[in-house]
Design a protein around this ligand. Sequence first.
Ligand SMILES: *Cc1c(COP(=O)(O)O)cnc(C)c1O
Length: 404
Amino acid sequence: MSEPASNVTELKPRNRLPIYLDNQATTPLDPRVLEAMMPYFTEHFGNPHSESHVYGHNAAAAIEAARADIAKLIHADPREIVFTSGATEANNLALKGVAAFARAHPPVNGAARDEIIVPLTEHKCVLESAEALGREGFTINRFPVEANGLVSLDRLAEAISDRTLLVSVLAAHNEIGVIQPLAEIGALCRARGALFHTDAAQAFGKIPLDVEAMKIDLMSISGHKIYGPKGIGALYIRRRPRVRLLPLFDGGGQERGIRSGTLPTPLCVGLGRAAAIAAEEMGEEATRLRTMRDRLRATLTRRLPDARVNGDTEHRLPGNINLSFPGVTAPDLIASCPGIAISTGSACTSAVVEPSYVLRAIGLADPLANASIRLGLGRFTTPDEIDLAADTIAAAVTRLRGGR
Ligand SMILES: *Cc1c(COP(=O)(O)O)cnc(C)c1O
């Protein structure tokens, strides 16, 4: 295995600006992933669904190898992996596909399961998918989380009923980084006959995931959050006991009829390579990221003692920290650190700066929610960058508060 050092960091000296600390928004492509993808843009261009010649066979074989690498990382069977365009599509397919199947196949006797439980802090694509199902007559339980961002198992146990069709919980949060008690949630859902879907866009390849041990029925995966390409993802769909869902669109019936459309061979290969690298390096990488993240947090909270950490500090992605700095606003702070790529983590779709719905849901008042930034470290972050970023951010907060 070659060194993880790469073009990405060779492009500039390791302690100069700009510094990329937005690895929860997207990650740079690992050069080893790009290398694996290249031949499938060029000589191996065949349609993977062409069964009559070697061009098709080569592409199909590469896709099946990638599928196996993805499955292995979560202890699944390759036949349980369906490629999608990303986690947004996978989340839509999981919620809407399961709901459509349930609606089309009501139980012979007894009440139909028509309720979906989603924490208020889910990613927008899960929340909006649930809202769409609400408009179609499903009951949506918009479920509160605790002040640390975690789902309370007692509250969830109370909320699940014999009407609950699906519970969808984000594995590792894109904004506040918290990791949910997946095994406990899975056991609860299984015991009550509800399906368990998890959006693992940020968790896959970063923390150990096991669909058997965690009793996960559906899992959404994204390529570009794990140093793979954008535009590719996957949905894990359990075969035993079989999870049934209807496709979102009609076509040639690829991916076992669940997801029609010609598969993008280079992107599938890239996701597979990214998963294989993560399988090898996840443990070491987590240790390295945690050390740098803790150092960043320690420096910032030493220089700015009233800084507040949002989200549980223990059950947390190793590369994530979300901080509030009372008395400043995030847009001002971000503008004051032009050399550092940071964000609030909440996608701002309009000109109006809305406080993060996630931070509101964990109980932050609007001024504090508006004073929060997300720092996302990644595979190519260096300790020197962390020190320079900590310095720059601390100085900017002090300056914005009128100090020097
Ligand atoms: C990025 C992200 C998504 C969307 O994934 P795409 O592959 O970009 O569609 C969904 N959920 C979470 C938690 C994410 O971080």
